[in-house]
Ligand binder design. Structure first.
Ligand SMILES: *Cc1c(COP(=O)(O)O)cnc(C)c1O
Length: 402
């Protein structure tokens, strides 16, 4: 008989996958196991080398029951064979890059990405003998030209933080694989409710769990997903030995958040669409970039590879830097703060000169493509779960001062 669990809907799986009532106490909610050590068999190994899959818990850096439950839930939602949870999104990003890339290898990475990733690729990897080419990943020809016989990994973010530019995951997977390279996708902005990169041909998926998966702005974490043999090797070398493990308490909070991901993402999308439409009609707003609007330059690609348009959007006004001081002072419902994916709405201004100076210096062609999305600077907005009318009213009164 077929396993009926495989045919359950996404809302059911978000709640039940990875979890089961506690066999000893019958507790229905997942246990929070903070124990660092576990009473073991006297024959158990003292090194991770001797530990076999399924041999039980020994020490919490090697594996923890609460973290394990979260990993199983995330693997299920992402359609992955295996998942490794890390202490932050950047721990997951660096684990993959440092594991795969050896001196002489070549990395092709988006010219615009999350600042931490961009700075790691720009400042750290070249010093380790890794050649890095940064390219506009919405331009398939540019990406194809950047890939060579030394390219080990192609790394993309879609939608890209912070400008909301998309990459065609299936086309990029074909390009990478044609040259024998692997494709990694940072899918933080969309979450598994938007896009399942592994199903589109990617080899690895990364999430900052700090964002939509946790969903409540109270736990930092990261995840890397892929095939079981590779995840087992990365777990040993880059989690157990490098040591950036996720706290069980954070795992427990993120698991609680993940259980409501499907209904939260639907609500984020609905609210974001309402706010995006309001901003598009606002006389002081010069550009709105939201993948759910027909005005997004890649709306057709968004419809093709995103089942949910998420709650992330950007908008521009004249004199954005000066406006940011006014808006930061006037908002009441929105918090003027970095990060994203929380139930609370967040807004933050990212000036183009600042971004190019600190995180990703661009050549003239790349900068022109960046400015198509970001202008001289934009407000990055993470639309939360409040009443959309309150969000619109808050932005309306804040923009009155601009
Ligand atoms: C936040 C973020 C990260 C880093 O995650 P942390 O949990 O802050 O370490 C990586 N990628 C993207 C797209 C992000 O938004």
């Amino acid at each position: 008989m077929k396993d009926p669990k495989l045919h359950r809907g996404i809302k059911t799986r978000a709640i039940h996958a990875g979890e089961a009532p506690d066999p000893v106490t019958g507790a229905s909610a997942p246990n929070l196991v903070m124990s660092t050590t576990f009473v073991t068999d006297p024959d158990a190994s003292f090194s991770i080398e001797g530990v076999e899959e399924g041999s039980g818990f020994i020490y919490s850096r090697w594996g923890n029951p609460t973290v394990d439950q979260l990993e199983r839930k995330l693997a299920d939602l992402e359609g992955a064979e295996s998942c490794i949870a890390f202490g932050s999104g950047m721990a997951a990003v660096s684990a993959l890059l440092l594991h795969l890339l050896k001196p002489g290898d070549h990395l092709v990475i988006s010219d615009v990405s999350y600042a931490g990733t961009a700075e790691l690729a720009k400042d750290t990897l070249p010093g380790m003998g890794i050649e890095v080419t940064r390219v506009n990943m919405s331009d398939l020809e540019a990406a194809a030209a950047a890939i060579n016989e030394h390219t080990k990994l192609v790394y993309i973010e879609t939608p890209a933080n912070p400008i909301m530019r998309l990459t065609d995951v299936a086309a990029m997977a074909d390009l990478a694989h044609a040259s024998g390279a692997a494709l990694a996708v940072d899918s933080t902005f969309g979450s598994p409710m938007a896009t399942l990169p592994l199903k589109l041909g990617a080899d690895y998926v990364i999430h900052s769990l700090t964002k939509y998966l946790c969903g409540h702005g109270d736990a930092v974490g990261g995840a890397l997903l892929g095939s079981t043999p590779e995840m087992a090797e990365i777990r040993k070398q880059m989690l157990v030995h490098v040591g950036g493990v996720l706290s069980p308490f954070s795992a427990w909070l993120i698991m609680r958040g993940t259980a409501t991901l499907p209904i939260r993402m639907a609500a984020h999308e609905e609210n974001a669409l309402a706010v995006a439409r309001f901003l598009e009609d606002h006389p002081k707003v010069t550009q709105v970039t939201y993948v759910g609007l027909p005005s997004h330059p890649q709306h057709e690609l968004a419809k093709k590879q995103m089942a949910n348009f998420s709650g992330m959007l950007t908008f521009q006004v004249a004199e954005g830097k000066a406006a940011s001081r006014v808006i930061a002072r006037r908002v009441g419902v929105f918090h003027y703060a970095v990060s994203l994916g929380h139930h609370r709405s967040l807004i933050f201004y990212l000036g183009t000169e600042d971004m190019l100076a600190s995180s990703f210096p661009l050549n003239a062609e790349q900068e022109a493509a960046y400015r198509d999305y970001a202008g001289d600077g934009m407000f990055r907005v993470s639309i939360g779960l409040e009443d959309p009318d309150d969000l619109i009213a808050d932005l309306e009164q804040a923009l009155e001062g601009v």
